[in-house]
Design a protein around this ligand. Sequence first.
Ligand code: ASP
Ligand code: MG
Length: 406
Amino acid sequence: MGLIVQKYGGTSVGNLERIQNVAKRVAKTYDRGNDVVVILSAMAGVTDSLIEMAHELCENPLKRELDVLLATGEQTTAALLSMKLHSMSYPARSMLGFQAGVRTDCTFGNARILDVGATRIRELVQNRHVVVVAGFQGCDNEGNITTLGRGGSDTSAVAIAAAIKADVCEIYTDVDGIYTTDPNICKNARKMAKISYDEMLEMSSLGAKVLEIRSVEFAKKFNVPVHVRSSFNEEEGTMVVNEDADMERLVVSGVTYNKNEARITLRKVPDQPGIAAKVFEPIAQAGINVDMIVQNVRPGKQTDLTFTVPSANFDEALAIEKKVAEDIGATDVLGDKNIAKVSVTGVGMKNHSGVATRMFTTLAQENINIDLISTSEIRISCVVKEKYAELAVRALHTAFGLDQSE
Ligand code: ASP
Ligand code: MG
């Protein structure tokens, strides 16, 4: 028995039959004597169609009103689940973000949670109510409705779990848990029983899409155990928790890839103070996130500078750098959209040498050329040609001993 937060994603509440199944699962958890707080996403596809509708009507819909619109997706599922539970004789109560006390800053469309004043939720739970909260939304200090950015209901769930000190935050989704790599491209991928917050953070930022990255940051900060599992079966999924002694002692625990990046190179940049600032300032001003940066050391007074940006920002970033290049006297600007970043992650790396070498050797054996390399304490990433991404992932998965035993 305990206090359990359950979050159901868009596919898990994708139609009425599925909402009914969610109701059954919530009821079962409650019947076992647990207190249950449920956080919901909108039905799969609804947020997208609301955005489309807005853009059909107005070229530049006001962000404040867009958030009022988008929040209705989650309002719908929360009401539906709550009335279903009621009809099954469970004391359920739905709540919108603001009613649940989810206070955010005023960045419409991408608001950050400041705090969750969960008094009302707590009171209801103490009276054995099942509370159903609309995820993905909150409200700013002026009382405006805000949304948290795409995929944000994971963050709602973890933030509420932290606020009410839940024993666990279960994230129900359409996959069975966190895998050592994408099972769609590697048939030997294995489901992990446990993964640490830090590994999950790296994997989320590297393109593993199961958990929204901000939710992992929250979970780590407030030490909320997160259980990622499927709403379509009863199997245990993957626990995302603090690093502990009985975690599988693998040097590398996961292999990820991301094809949504592009590379930009400035050739023969003057090698002097202030240049890097000139190259990256206008990119930052345009709101573009730079990921990897590599600057070579060359004899003489010029160097090459390479970095990656999200593919969606490639054209804009290239245009910006063409201007910068003229300004600072770099000879030319090259770009490549057809790249992929392949990474290996694992907390075990901290105490092991030779991981990088094994990664490079493995790629070399497959004749895959490495364009760029970057590392953190628990990750090594290589940029390769996009067409080799899958091959690289499979080869690394085998080389680091992650393949299933059969
Ligand atoms: N409904 C929102 C989205 O589609 C939030 C979520 O599902 O997490 O992005
Ligand atoms: Mg999601």
